[in-house]
Design a binder for this molecule. Structure first.
Ligand code: ZN
Length: 234
């Protein structure tokens, strides 16, 4: 992987349609850069990939290091090399957008990746509990997700941002995952607050999308469900 190129497996739209039985193994994702996020087969928890290790962030704040052979039905990753680093104050999650906008004039129409390190006053995270039946859509799972609030924690957020007009395509999306520095908890970030954390950013102009060749993927409607995505991705 070249620096700051994005690799993605499958589409967020396919995940929304519940296409998540199989995918690529953890070992393959681990070869696609140094940071990323996604989910596991049957949407069992959230995935966070950080510096060579793929973590499964599970309900009730449990974390496990994924096995090399675990299946990943959706993931985004990059070989992140920061182009800018600065201290930011986060009052709400929207302040992350503000920092990305201020970074570079081209940020509006290009992909971006980022990493935020430091001490957070609070991070509210969700973790999906996994499908109860094959093909259960993410919008339905969102209603039974586990939500945890971590206060006064050290940790890291990994994130990607897609240009606004691309979002219907289901590439990357407004997506950020958190893991505590001691690797004992984490999840998909719903809200965040921090007095001062270090934010590293990079623009990505190359995106490689690998699509599943499964029957499930071919049967998926892949209709854009903006409201559904907003509801589960926050
Ligand atoms: Zn997520």
């Amino acid at each position: 992987m070249e620096d700051n190129h994005i690799y993605q497996y499958s589409l967020l739209n396919a995940l929304m349609d519940g296409v998540c039985e199989t995918g690529i193994p953890v070992s393959k994702l681990a070869s696609k850069g140094n940071q990323g996020l996604g989910t596991f087969a049957r949407m069992n928890g959230e995935l966070l990939f950080l510096d060579g290790t793929v973590y499964q962030l599970q309900a009730e704040g449990n974390v496990r290091v994924a096995d090399e052979t675990d299946q990943i039905p959706f993931a985004v990753s990059t070989n992140f090399v920061p182009q800018q680093s600065k201290g930011v104050k986060l009052v709400t999650k929207d302040d992350i957008d503000g920092a990305l906008d201020a970074f570079n004039d081209h940020s509006k129409n290009l992909f971006m990746s980022y990493r935020i390190n430091g001490h957070f006053e609070s991070v509210k995270c969700r973790t999906v509990r996994g499908q109860e039946y094959k093909g259960q859509p993410l919008s339905e799972l969102g209603k039974k997700q586990s939500v945890e609030n971590y206060e006064d924690v050290e940790g890291t957020i990994i994130g990607f941002r897609t240009p606004k007009n691309w979002q219907g395509f289901g590439v990357a999306g407004e997506h950020l995952h958190f893991i505590k520095a001691d690797r004992t908890a984490g999840g998909h970030v719903l809200e965040v607050r921090a007095e001062k954390v270090e934010m590293q950013m990079a623009v990505a102009s190359n995106v490689h999308v690998e699509l599943p060749t499964s029957d499930d993927f071919n049967a998926a409607k892949l209709v854009t469900d903006d409201d559904g995505v907003k509801e589960v991705e926050g």
